[in-house]
Design a protein around this ligand. Structure first.
Ligand code: 13P
Ligand code: ZN
Length: 283
């Protein structure tokens, strides 16, 4: 395993026109399944954890980072570990103190000026640790907050220029019609917004809520400056499906048998994700 800085990882992706998948996994079996495919396809990967995933376990960030690194040590992969959707400045500070070498502060629930100001303060705190910020409202469930998928507010191009300039974030998560979780209607991404953002920003952009998007949408996003793509629901659903099938097949199965079957289902999903992101052979 080589731990890679997300800034270098995403700048490289932007330069060569592919995206790095950022996958939310928090179990040994799911993490190993993701990394196994990345090793086989020589694909770079970001393993990310959001506070909702970690806090429900009653364990510290540090323990989960150590778990991911220990699993990573078994594979020849280029990997980064990233905090996803830190919605409170305290989440981000706690994450950095615990060893996250890349973080997201999501102040998209705040007014533009508060989001910009707090993101800038967090950037100061981060020092060399790369910071992802978010502007606009991604639909669906975000971090611990719930919003309706209809409640979408696209990233404003002029605000984005000001936000990036003043807060000095390293990556920007954009809202272009993307939503977290399962899309209730056929997703419609507004590529003309992305095109304008790409013309005026020179930092890598991030697409959240990628589960359920078509390959054509993913590829079009990459063409227009998306360098990090977040997948949670599709990977988690695959894991759960593998577990459920195993339990139905053999009701007296032990947990390790279920979880390893979940991992097999993740492998298929991960292969599809890597191919859509065009990052095969890039690690
Ligand atoms: P999905 O669950 O819709 O894939 O979203 C993932 C995400 O954006 C994590 O931050
Ligand atoms: Zn997200």
């Amino acid at each position: 395993m080589k731990i890679v800085n997300t800034r270098e990882m995403l700048e490289e992706a932007k330069k060569y026109g592919y995206a790095v998948p950022a996958v939310n996994v928090d179990q040994i079996d799911s993490t190993a399944a993701v990394l196994r495919v990345c090793e086989r396809l020589r694909a770079p990967v970001i393993v990310q954890l959001s506070p909702v995933q970690t806090d429900s376990k009653g364990l510290t960030y540090k323990t989960l980072i150590q778990m991911i690194e220990a699993v990573g040590a078994e594979f020849a992969v280029n990997m980064a570990i990233h905090l996803d959707h830190g919605t409170e400045p305290e989440d981000v500070k706690r994450a950095i103190k615990s060893g996250f070498a890349s973080v997201m502060y999501d102040g998209s629930n705040l007014s533009f000026h508060d989001n910009k100001r707090i993101t800038g303060e967090i950037k100061e705190y981060c020092g060399e640790v790369p910071l992802e910020g978010e502007l606009g409202v991604v639909g669906g469930q975000e971090g611990s907050q719930k919003r309706g998928t209809g409640d979408v507010l696209y990233t404003d191009v002029e605000e984005a220029v000001e936000y990036v300039r003043d807060s000095r974030v390293d990556f920007l998560a954009v809202a272009i019609g993307n939503a977290h979780g399962i899309y209730r209607q056929k997703p419609k991404l507004h590529f003309h917004v992305l095109e304008k953002l790409n013309a005026v920003l020179d930092i890598p952009m991030v697409l959240h809520g990628a589960s359920g998007l078509s390959e054509a949408d993913i590829k079009a996003g990459i063409q227009l400056g998306i360098s990090k793509i977040n997948f949670f629901t599709d990977v988690d659903k695959a894991f759960m499906e593998g577990i459920r099938r195993k339990m139905e097949e053999s009701p007296s199965v032990y947990s390790f048998g279920c979880l390893s079957n979940g991992g097999k289902y993740i492998e298929n999903q991960m292969e599809r994700i890597i191919r859509m992101c065009g990052c095969e052979g890039r690690a």
